[in-house]
Ligand binder design. Structure first.
Ligand code: ZN
Length: 95
């Protein structure tokens, strides 16, 4: 399953599968995990970006994730290479 990352309105990101399913990620606290699942390097194993760690605050993690994700908008990904993304489509397409 290929998928594309799109900007959602009014806020957030949509993962759009090639079969038309959409998973919407609206909560900024979820952006770091999404970014990690799309290949962003995390600063340390202690943080998935939803907590402060010794390197960065939550706000910095979210900011970094937004920079990363905005650079990927409208790109198509091969689902096989991003196995964690399939879980975003469970439960009818929302997290
Ligand atoms: Zn860290």
């Amino acid at each position: 399953m290929a998928f594309t990352l799109k900007a959602a309105q009014p806020v957030g990101y949509d993962l759009v599968a090639e079969d038309g399913r959409i998973a919407r990620i609206r909560t900024d606290m979820d952006y770091p995990e999404l970014a990690r699942d799309l290949g962003m390097q995390v600063c340390c194993a202690e943080s998935y970006g939803s907590d402060d760690c010794e390197h960065a605050s939550v706000d910095q993690h979210i900011y970094n994730a937004i920079q990363f994700l905005d650079g990927l908008l409208d790109e198509e990904f091969e689902g096989d290479e991003y196995p964690a993304i399939e879980y975003y489509f469970v439960d009818g397409g929302t997290l």
